[in-house]
Write a protein that binds this ligand. Structure first.
Ligand SMILES: Cc1cc2nc3c(=O)[nH]c(=O)nc-3n(C[C@H](O)[C@H](O)[C@H](O)COP(=O)(O)OP(=O)(O)OC[C@H]3O[C@@H](n4cnc5c(N)ncnc54)[C@H](O)[C@@H]3O)c2cc1C
Length: 570
């Protein structure tokens, strides 16, 4: 098989907020960088789907002079149920303001008060109002970051590039293998350091507000080369995504806008009874209430609850204006695509898979447990803990994105390029050969994917128990046994059958690790609710779940959380 070979200082997989910010930092350290994205930077991943909220403790430069990085830090630690590693939370909390000023310099427009202070809104989990408001949301942020990337001549962007393999030489990661979809070429990128910024895998669940491309490819790639994976049981649900009608299914309706200061609306059961008390609780509390109401039979016809601003004490016009001003596109989209006007009718919403709190285990430099391999953004784990509070994911992409890019670049300056190990490369090429040569038995990857999605929805939604998860796991094992029958034709351009087949294999691996992580943690915390272990058990489980690769097999263990500034009270 013909293989194209490229070399660089740092290769980054991904093209979302974290990858772009990491690439900018590598370039500004004077090194060469390749950013390889299976989509197109500026338009791919979750970042363009995000709303306007990015947390930064601007204090007197924002809305509330009492706010500080220390308070932001404490809010994240508490919101995550004390299992976010504080060495990383510190980087997010103490650098968020500077990184937002970088974004402003790149061209992101933030809403300001007349005197120039940052406009900031309160959100559940924030002691003081801390969410800065980005006009045109994550879409604008993504475009501006992609434009900033393109200004750096030492960043080579490879779009429509599907990475599927991390190359290892002895005990060090030395780059990646991927498929350039544009010409069908298999490409090896040999690098001094590699950063995985592939985002989360909320799209492994059927009801999700993430784009379907977010299948968490970074997790199995990192696991294969021996990187520890952490806390996969904490897949965050968002409480209020539209469930009906199908034309708008999965659209986020901003739960946080129901607070008194904004729309002052209610989430109601099918009888019209409000189900969530004010002040609004943080997300994991809210979704538990919504799920329970649905389970008790008080849900709507299509399995949701009602998002209702029509009876707001502020008057429906004032409540409507909140949505028109804060989330104009979402408001209009519901009207255009489904004839649903929030101001005229309550809308059926339900919890949807939204964000992966776990991921690749990293330290405060973004280093994984394997030499040469870094991770940042939603692909990385161990800093959000068991739950994420609003506006911290985007803050993380910019703070840890810059931190990881900078650390990977400074480290790369000190070392030589290690050549690719031919044996390992051959293993990578075998993956493609096997799928293309398998012409007798054909299984369509899309069919397997659909079964994965259904299995995740059914057995590992926020409420789960051992019996159900074992059942789900056996479905996944059964699907795994069919993987050798996945087939793709040998074509040159946009061989989507091939990438779908590889993606499906990676999804199966991630699903297995997720089920096993959730089975391992025998307590309930944040977004992991075991009906057979309903209590939060701080004595035994205020720790990480670690999956390590022992000779190709996953091994599960506990690891202590890193506390720097705040110790939990018993
Ligand atoms: C609807 C919605 C609303 C949200 N609103 C907010 C908000 O208001 N505030 C907030 O803080 N957070 C919000 N979030 C969360 C936040 O958007 C994400 O956590 C964050 O953008 C993740 O950024 P990232 O760069 O880590 O990953 P992503 O932006 O998801 O990017 C991942 C990148 O990796 C690429 N990739 C994946 N696999 C491969 C592969 N195999 N080969 C090559 N490339 C690959 C993808 O194409 C993509 O470019 C929201 C999320 C959603 C879905």
């Amino acid at each position: 098989m013909e293989v194209q070979k490229l070399t660089t200082d740092v290769v980054i997989i991904g093209g979302g907020g974290a990858a772009c910010r990491a690439a900018i930092e590598v370039a500004e350290n004077g090194l060469d960088c390749i950013m390889a994205d299976k989509g197109r930077p500026g338009r791919s991943g979750a970042t363009p789907c995000a709303l306007w909220s990015i947390q930064a403790p601007f204090g007197s430069r924002g809305r509330d002079e009492r706010d500080t990085p220390e308070q932001f830090f404490a809010d994240m630690v508490n919101g995550g149920h004390f299992i976010g590693d504080q060495n990383i939370v510190e980087i997010v909390a103490f650098n968020a303001c500077d990184r937002i000023l970088d974004m402003e310099r790149y061209g992101v427009h933030f809403k300001k008060y007349d005197d120039g202070r940052f406009f900031q809104t309160p959100m559940p989990g924030q002691t003081y109002p801390r969410s800065c408001f980005m006009f045109e949301n994550g879409q604008h942020m993504s475009t501006v970051l992609a434009k900033e990337v393109s200004r750096h001549k030492n960043i080579k962007v490879m779009k429509d590039f599907f990475a599927y393999w991390l190359l290892k030489s002895k005990d060090t990661v030395v780059g990646i293998v991927g498929i350039d979809m544009i010409n069908g070429q298999t490409v090896v990128i040999n690098a001094k350091n590699t950063i995985v910024a592939t985002g989360g895998y909320a799209s492994m669940w059927g009801f999700s507000d993430n784009p379907p491309t977010l299948t968490g490819d970074g997790i199995p790639m990192a696991f294969r080369v021996g990187a520890d994976i952490v806390d996969l049981e904490f897949n965050q649900y968002y409480g209020t995504d539209v469930i009906w009608p199908p034309s708008v299914r999965g659209t986020v309706l901003l739960y946080e806008l129901m607070i008194d200061e904004f729309a002052d609306g209610e989430i109601r059961d099918k009888y019209g009874v409000p189900i969530i008390k004010k002040p609004l609780p943080i997300r994991d509390e809210a979704i538990k209430t919504i799920f329970n109401v649905i389970k008790e039979g008080r849900g709507t016809e299509h399995g949701g609850v009602l998002f209702d601003i029509t009876q707001s004490p502020k008057g429906v016009e004032a409540a409507r204006n909140v949505f028109v001003e804060m989330t104009p596109k979402h408001y209009q989209f519901l009207i255009d695509a489904a004839g649903l006007d929030l101001a005229k009718t309550p809308i059926e919403v339900a919890p949807a898979s939204h964000y992966q709190c776990g991921g690749i285990y990293i330290n405060e430099k973004g280093e994984s447990t394997v030499q040469g391999l870094y991770s940042c953004g939603e692909a990385a784990g161990n800093f959000q803990g068991a739950n994420r509070i609003a506006g911290t994911a985007l803050a993380d992409t910019q703070t840890m994105g810059a931190q990881t890019g900078g650390c990977a670049a400074r480290d790369a300056k000190k070392k030589d390029l290690i050549p690719v190990d031919k044996k390992d490369l051959n293993l990578a090429l075998d993956v493609i050969k096997e799928i293309m040569s398998n012409k007798t038995k054909k299984i369509n990857p899309a069919v397997v994917k659909q079964e994965i999605l259904e299995t995740m929805d059914k057995y590992i939604a926020p409420f789960r128990d051992e019996k159900g998860m074992n059942r789900g796991l056996s479905v996944i094992e059964d699907l795994k046994s069919q993987l050798s029958s996945l087939y793709a034709p040998d074509i040159n351009k946009y061989n989507l059958d091939l990438t779908e087949a590889i993606e499906t294999k990676m999804m199966i691996e991630s699903a297995e690790l997720t089920f096993d992580s959730a089975l391992f943690r025998k307590e309930s915390r944040g977004h992991h609710n075991r009906t057979d272990y309903p209590q939060e058990d701080n004595k035994n489980w205020r720790c990480h779940t670690i999956v390590s690769n022992k000779n190709g097999k996953p091994e599960y263990s506990k690891r202590a959380v890193i506390y720097t500034r705040m110790k939990p009270e018993d």
